[in-house]
Design a protein around this ligand. Structure first.
Ligand SMILES: *Cc1c(COP(=O)(O)O)cnc(C)c1O
Length: 391
């Protein structure tokens, strides 16, 4: 499978068939596995072979198919699926850190990622936050003893694009592990591993499911990282993905490239159509030439992504009028769904941040984050234009 192109892998990689030769991947909705003998049970606990399972917290055939499929697309040796994206973020960090370690992280992060990094301080891990777009800031923050760096390759919700290759060079010079939360880039536009990321994490809840059904996450890395660091931590702390959710995700992955490319094309068209609109103070989209990291986004992802962030003139009141006037686009806080979704970060996903931190991150009262779905592009542009008039 490894020589095949991505859309082929999305459909076929990792598939395992039972003796029935089923076409669609089977759901093995079982937490345990029967051993033919006591000796076989003993042997499996010493070392389980590739088709041998012990307990669903450790692994399950349906979950394994999902892990192998994602690893094949991402270009890593292995992967471990988790109950949610946050379980993946938490495990990728906690599995390798101990008191006294130092971590450098980009400051523009999804609210829960920020919580996890702040929480590490309670366990004696020192975390330094930097402006992720400033390579000099990363250079100044890493030091001998920096164990890991953490970044969202495209930040939520302000869509800053971080130079993975630049940060990886700086981090590797001090021996730090580079952990990239790649949700906004999606596996379709990801070149994170070839750019130097050691560990790539996804919330599968977003584009990978793509239908707003299940929570899930996945950690992609070398076999050594997955089997010696992530798996021991996860199998004992209970962050496993459910087999049912893995099956939903496998079906989602089949159509991932079709959906994400359509979403990205709509995002590009919408951003271009709205650029310079008199109701908008800013249109933030990495695919627009005026985005500060436009060139980087094009070389790193080859596209602007599936999310457009808008800043309305007139602050929160205008933003709320705009949201309430939308017809097709739904007000919610997921992203990557087949349905277009809009969020007002300042009062929802980033509500808990103090005002000055919101201001520093550019999360202004007029800012809205729009995740493009797979509806007709012109319908979406019409819906947004009409709602802007109403605002
Ligand atoms: C949604 C999201 C997460 C968390 O994923 P869940 O599946 O909701 O736990 C982590 N990072 C980013 C960038 C996200 O957008």
């Amino acid at each position: 499978m490894s020589e095949r192109k991505m859309p082929t892998k999305l459909v076929h990689a990792g598939a395992r068939r039972s003796q029935y030769g089923e076409m669609s991947e089977a759901i093995f909705l079982t937490q345990g596995f029967v051993y033919a003998s006591a000796e076989e049970a003993e042997a499996r606990f010493i070392e389980a072979g590739p088709d041998e399972f012990i307990y669903a917290r450790y692994g399950n055939p349906t979950v394994r198919m999902f892990e192998e499929r994602i690893a094949a697309i991402e270009g890593t040796e292995d992967a471990f699926a988790t109950a949610s994206g946050m379980a993946a973020v938490n495990a990728a960090l906690t599995a390798i850190l101990k008191a006294g370690d130092h971590v450098v992280a980009a400051r523009a992060l999804f609210g829960s990622c920020l919580y996890v990094l702040e929480m590490l301080g309670r366990y004696g891990v020192e975390v330094t936050f930097v402006d992720g777009t400033d390579l000099d800031a990363w250079r100044g923050a890493v030091r001998h003893g920096t164990r890991a760096v953490f970044l969202e390759s495209v930040s939520n919700p302000t869509l800053e694009v971080i130079d993975i290759a630049g940060v990886a060079t700086i981090a590797h010079a001090v021996g730090a592990t580079v952990i990239v939360d790649n949700v906004f880039a999606t596996p379709v536009f990801s070149r994170a591993v070839s750019l130097g990321a050691d560990v790539v994490v996804y919330s599968a809840t977003k584009h990978i499911d793509g239908g707003g059904r299940c929570l899930g996450g996945v950690i992609c890395a070398s076999r050594d990282f997955i089997r010696k660091q992530a798996e021991p931590y996860l199998k004992h702390t209970g962050g496993a993905m459910s087999p049912f959710n893995a099956w939903v995700m496998l079906k989602g992955v089949e159509t991932l490239a079709l959906r994400v490319r359509q979403q990205a094309a709509s995002a590009q068209a919408l951003a271009e159509a709205l650029s310079g609109h008199d109701k908008l103070a800013r249109v933030i989209f990495p695919g627009l030439a005026d985005h500060p990291q436009h060139a980087l986004a094009m070389s790193q992802m080859g596209a602007g992504g599936t999310v457009v962030t808008l800043e309305l003139k007139g602050g929160q009141a205008a933003a709320f009028r705009f949201l309430n006037a939308l017809g097709i686009v739904k007000i919610s806080n997921n992203l990557g769904d087949a349905k277009s979704i809009i969020t007002h970060p300042a009062t929802t996903t980033h509500q808990r941040l103090p005002a000055e931190q919101k201001a520093r991150l550019g999360i202004t009262p007029g800012l809205v984050r729009l995740s493009l779905g797979i509806e007709d592009t012109d319908d979406l542009i019409d819906d947004v234009r009409a709602a802007l008039e109403a605002a």
